[in-house]
Write a protein that binds this ligand. Structure first.
Ligand SMILES: Cc1ncc(COP(=O)(O)O)c(C=O)c1O
Length: 430
């Protein structure tokens, strides 16, 4: 806008990254179902490949519909650049790719989503990378886990499944002191509830599959770079600070400054790993994101009502929702996610594992699925599903004990959700 106004979140979630289509005037962002883009001439092609001019070459790297989504998420997170990927898990690999190499490690929270713990404890080993898991409640342990080969700290803002809230400024201070980036998975909070970059994070990752799309239609992911990290301050990030052999010796940080990480992720990461988001998927997420703030308000309001009801029910042993004054993380909500503690939490049912399974089978409005962040309310018994690859110790640390059920509270009428839980708890504890 011409008067230099800082646009608000509700405006950005509709307008950022998109303008009427220059070719047709189409008001909504078209789905550019296109693979390649015609070069004006050989000089234009050379300028694009040399990263001297920004434009479209081939949709494995960039596509106009996907770029609109990346720009929108970037604006909502307050970043310098963003890269959309084929899934949240792809985004995590893409986030690490410019930083890592064989023999290098990350320090990761024990309270991450179970799939991420598996990705980090098993799969990344095949690249020669490794992860050291530490409870981020223990700042000393996080510091002590960092060594000269550590290249990032990785945590979630609001953790899946337990709704645990990470002290992001504390983690950012440790990362800063060690000269490494803090990466925050902001999937469960969304940029509406939490702004990791404003709290000191260097990189933010998302599974756009969840609240950003908001209707359970597509898988996708995104990496947002704050543009604030000095990649050349140490010799730790040679892909960005030294001639990159995978891109004819370009020194990304020198050539591209605050956009070095983003351009490396596109020009080398997407080019060679190919974890690209497709334009149709980007379109669904663009549609969803337009109503993000409205949905998150209702998700949070419903989650609070349901959590309060569950907490006073004698058939329920405990509720982990950080929005309840009884939560040890209640105070943290005000600084980390002031608009609310999200809509994802667990509760323990009296009767343990068997009662949990019966509860899940008895619910009628809640859908039993391995997903979260849908408009519909969802339920899962993490210990027997999403987290079943974890050891008993990992289950406990991740907040997915066998007597815990995870709920992702949707945007239906809270009274109907409570009635459904009431009848299912009656059956589960009969
Ligand atoms: C917090 C969190 N991060 C990342 C992922 C992975 O995302 P995706 O399923 O889109 O690969 C998930 C999936 O459940 C998640 O809950």
């Amino acid at each position: 806008m011409t008067d230099g106004r800082q646009l608000g979140f509700d405006t950005l979630q509709i307008h950022a990254g998109a303008a009427p289509d220059p070719a047709t005037g189409a008001r909504q962002t078209p789905i550019y179902q296109t693979t390649a883009y015609v070069f004006r001439d050989a000089d234009h092609a050379a300028a694009l490949f040399n990263l001297q001019e920004v434009g479209y070459i081939y949709s494995r790297l960039t596509n106009p519909t996907v770029a609109a989504l990346a720009d929108r998420i970037c604006a909502l997170e307050g970043g310098a650049g963003a890269i959309c990927c084929s899934s949240g898990h792809a985004a995590q690999i893409m986030a690490l790719f410019p930083l890592m190499g064989p023999g290098l490690n990350i320090v990761a929270s024990t309270r991450l989503y179970g799939g991420t713990i598996t990705q980090f404890s098993q799969t990344i080993k095949r690249f020669g990378w490794s992860a050291r898991f530490v409870d981020t409640e223990d700042a000393e342990a996080v510091k002590n886990a960092i060594d000269e080969n550590t290249r990032a700290i990785f945590c979630e803002s609001i953790a899946n499944p337990g709704g645990y809230i990470t002290d992001i400024p504390a983690m950012a201070a440790i990362a800063d002191a060690a000269g490494i980036p803090l990466i925050v998975d902001n999937t469960s909070a969304t940029p509406y509830l939490c702004n990791p970059i404003a709290l000191g994070a260097t990189l933010v990752v998302h599974s756009t599959t969840k609240y950003l799309t908001g209707n359970g239609t597509v898988t996708g992911g995104c990496v947002v770079d704050s543009g604030k990290f000095d990649w050349s301050a140490s010799g730790k990030f040679p892909s960005l600070s030294q001639p990159e052999p995978a891109y004819h010796g370009l020194v990304f940080h020198e050539a591209l400054g605050a956009m070095a990480y983003t351009f490396h992720s596109i020009a080398v990461g997407l080019r060679d790993l190919g974890m690209t988001m497709n334009p149709q998927g980007a379109h669904y997420t663009l549609m969803g994101i337009e109503t993000l703030s409205l949905r998150m308000e209702k998700h949070v309001e419903n989650a609070r009502k349901v959590a309060e009801w569950l907490e006073q029910d004698p058939r329920v042993e405990a509720v982990t929702y950080a929005g309840l004054p009884s939560s040890p993380y209640y105070e943290r909500v005000a600084t980390i996610c002031p608009k609310g503690a999200g809509a994802l939490f667990t509760f323990a049912v009296k009767g343990g594992f068997d009662a949990c399974v019966k509860l899940v089978d008895s619910l009628e409005l809640f859908s039993h699925v391995a997903n979260l962040g849908d408009a519909r309310s969802l339920v899962i018994h993490s210990a027997s599903t999403t987290h079943r690859q974890l050891t008993p110790e990992q289950l406990e640390a991740a907040g997915a004990a066998p007597d815990m059920v995870r709920v992702s509270i949707g945007i239906e009428d809270a009274e109907d959700l409570i009635a459904d839980l009431d009848q299912a708890l009656a059956k589960a504890t009969a």
